[in-house]
Design a protein around this ligand. Structure first.
Ligand code: NOJ
Length: 538
């Protein structure tokens, strides 16, 4: 398909992120798998999502749960076989659900044969970044995103770059053979009928080859430094030309370090590289649980990105994913009302909404009590470094619980049975949140007032082009309590009024007080109840 004829199904669809390890375990080994996803396709269909993005399913030692690839064209046996994957693609296609695969292309596992060859000084030596140490220390001052230096040594003392864990060596995209190998892998899956890719941290694939010191080597400034890499556009244009332009597919870039100006270049329809990106401004807002957070700054992110990319390129809304605490624990109070309000926010933007598995139920953070309940490599590094700095076990543990990505990775809560219906195993890889006894999909499917019913309703609302394409305007950017915005399309207008607080607030005069189209609570119309979400036709 030529680039001018590319369809825009991905603008109209809701994207549902599946974390395969935690979605549904069909073979009873305590870990989710592909057959589990096949089993639950009817659930996704019923919810109304058009795209399922799977966190990595490729072969991997799973130190970072698949973001450490050891073979880009093999299915991880933990998740099933190639035949299972092909069946998934086919069953999804029958239901009109596109499967988007996650590809970690900035780095591979150090167990990938490419790295094994490179570290033995084979013909793939130049596929990775090797540098001389400085007096025995790391070649530059870059810090790994997970903590500690971004350099480790192989047995012969050579330093290799890893922006993430030491088991994730950065690929040298300067080398055309690397780029060709990744293009080949992408084509391999697209030929099998997948609907596109989510490209892990794609904005950092191009590095200035001198790899010089940075002024501030902490994660966010380092991301900003590398994301402006000199050959990023060239690499992405090449990928477009070589791969995406030949398929009806979507290319979604995970885009740390970019602001709307940089991002708009990546998704400019006149010079397309990616179809959409997901930025890190919302990811970076990680309020301390129960603590206060800056609602005005939060709202500004939505307006800034809408204005910055607007209708020309295309935005996405990613407020939650497998790297963050649960959305209703971060920005709400874990109640169904706050979960519904936050889902309304996500699903009523001019952007493709991403729902992370379980958010449609209002799943919340996990009550981790001991370190051995946590698996996350980043969390373990955080704990180790905190202890090395002299923090007590209790303080280091508290720091780890506050940041661990495992809050979002506890198994999906299908029903009230043992393991929440996720698995028949005696032990699951992470414990199921004990609140599955009351918070689960089965209970919510029967309840017309559930969070899931609300999510389903909002997803269906997006069949109206007003909600997909309508212009967005924040009606009160300075209001520290409410987020009230208008969506307008071809002379039709709707207003969304969200109460971002757990206390009632008077309805502002600019919101019509007549009967709402949708409301998540009952009560007087002249007030916005705690965590109320209201949609009014105007
Ligand atoms: C971003 C992914 O979302 C995260 O889970 C992973 O650890 C890093 N990239 C490294 O691949």
């Amino acid at each position: 398909m030529s680039k001018t004829a590319r369809a825009d199904w991905w603008k109209k669809s809701v994207i549902y992120q599946i974390y395969p390890k935690s979605f549904r375990d069909a073979n009873g080994d305590g870990v989710g798998d592909i057959r589990g996803i096949i089993e639950k396709l009817p659930y996704l269909k019923d919810l109304g999502v058009g795209v399922a993005w799977l966190s990595p399913i490729f072969a991997s030692p799973m130190i970072d749960n698949g973001y450490d690839t050891s073979d880009y064209t093999a299915v991880n046996p933990l998740f099933g076989t190639m035949a299972d994957a092909e069946e998934l693609f086919e069953e999804a296609r029958k239901r009109d659900i596109r499967i988007v695969l996650d590809i970690a292309l900035n780095h591979t596992s150090t167990q990938h044969p490419w790295f094994v060859n490179a570290s033995a000084h084979g013909d793939k030596r130049d596929w990775y970044w090797w540098r001389e140490g400085r007096c025995g220390a790391a070649p530059n001052n870059w810090q790994s995103i997970f903590g500690g230096p971004a350099w480790s040594q192989t047995d012969d003392g050579s330093f290799y770059l890893h922006l993430f864990d030491k088991s994730q060596a950065d690929l040298n995209w300067e080398n055309p053979a690397v780029r060709r190998a990744i293009h080949d892998a992408m084509r391999f899956w697209l030929d099998k009928g997948v609907g596109g890719f989510r490209l892990d941290v794609v904005t950092v694939i191009s590095k200035e080859p001198d790899l010089r010191d940075v002024i501030d080597p902490r994660p966010a400034p380092l991301y900003r430094h590398i994301a402006g890499g000199p050959r990023l556009h060239e690499f992405l244009r090449e990928m477009r030309r070589e791969v995406f332009a030949h398929y009806d597919c979507v290319a979604i870039g995970e885009a740390p370090g970019v602001d709307p100006e940089r991002a708009s270049k990546l998704v400019d329809p006149a010079d397309p590289m990616l179809d959409m990106i997901y930025h890190f401004d919302l990811v970076a807002m990680n309020p301390i649980i129960g603590g206060d957070w800056d609602r005005v700054a939060f709202k500004r992110i939505f307006s800034t990105w809408d204005k910055g990319i607007g209708p020309r390129g295309w935005n996405s809304v990613v407020v939650s994913n497998h790297d963050l605490g649960r959305i209703s624990s971060r920005f709400g109070d874990g109640s169904p009302e706050s979960a519904k309000m936050l889902l309304t926010l996500v699903l009523s933007q001019r952007a493709t909404p991403f729902i992370y598995q379980g958010d449609e139920l209002g799943m919340i953070n996990a009550p981790f009590a001991t370190l051995d309940e946590i698996d996350d490599v980043w969390a373990k590094t955080t704990y180790r470094l905190a202890r090395e700095k002299g923090l007590s076990e209790a303080d280091a543990f508290a720091r780890t619980v506050a940041m661990t990505r495992d809050h979002a990775r506890t198994p999906f809560q299908w029903n009230a049975s043992a393991n929440g219906g996720f698995s028949e195993a005696s032990r699951t890889w992470l414990n199921v949140n004990p609140n599955h006894a009351t918070l689960n999909a089965a209970a919510q499917t029967e309840d017309v007032n559930s969070v899931r019913a609300w999510a389903k309703h909002l997803i269906a609302l997006r069949e109206d082009p007003l909600w997909v394409f309508g212009a967005f305007e924040d009606l009160a950017p300075g209001d520290p309590d409410l987020f009230v915005y208008a969506r307008e399309h071809q002379g039709r207008r709707a207003i969304v009024a969200l109460n971002l607080r757990d206390e009632a607030k008077p309805l502002p005069a600019y919101v019509p007080a007549h009967a709402p189209l949708l409301r998540n609570v009952d009560g007087a119309l002249d007030m916005l109840a705690p965590w109320e979400a209201r949609i009014v036709g105007a």
